[in-house]
Design a protein around this ligand. Structure first.
Ligand code: DUT
Length: 156
């Protein structure tokens, strides 16, 4: 498994190739911003009414190295100011997926929200994702916690 994963990125032919490619905004940024990249016929954007969701294209196809995944996460500013979230957060991009990278946005706010062409709509985090070996057994090991969960250590 690579230490620093190299992700190959293809721009879809119908996408706007003038948009910046993926980059980290600061040296410590965990996520790289993803932009809405609509095909030429729909560059006016998409309006999400309250409660509505839509698949927003990024115009990108990723080639993620084996043993890694990409997680699509919301942007906190859009969430706080406009109630824009991702119903499947974090979205999972598998390393063997070669289709268009899409972002499912949902408007949890009370006002319509226009997703504009080029707008930064989400962020992607690259994470290790080893495949486990699954083994059926009749007993599992004992621990101090045991079956305690779902608030067993106190409220909240
Ligand atoms: O926000 C997302 C989530 C997924 N995908 C793409 C990449 C991912 O590898 C593929 C499948 O996603 P997932 O496994 O979450 O979808 P599924 O509903 O389980 O469908 P499938 O049966 O195709 O796996 O769809 C996106 O482009 N954006």
């Amino acid at each position: 498994m690579q230490d620093t994963p190299r992700i190959r990125i293809k721009r879809l032919p119908e996408s706007d190739h003038d948009q910046p490619l993926l980059a980290y905004a600061t040296p410590g940024a965990a996520g790289a911003d993803l932009r809405a990249n609509f095909p030429a016929a729909s560059r006016d954007g998409v309006t999400l009414e309250p409660g509505q969701r839509a698949l927003i294209p990024t115009g990108l196809v990723l080639e993620i190295p084996e043993g890694w995944e990409v997680q699509i996460r919301p942007r906190s500013g859009l969430a706080l100011k406009h109630g824009i979230g991702l119903p499947n957060s974090p979205g999972t991009i598998d390393c063997d997926y070669r289709g268009p990278l899409g972002v499912i946005l949902i408007n949890l706010g009370q006002e319509p929200f226009l997703v504009t062409h080029g707008e930064r709509i989400a962020q992607m985090v690259v994470a290790r994702a080893p495949q486990a070996v699954f083994e059926e057994v009749t007993e599992v090991s004992e621990t101090a916690r045991g079956a305690g969960g779902f608030g067993s250590t106190g409220r909240g």
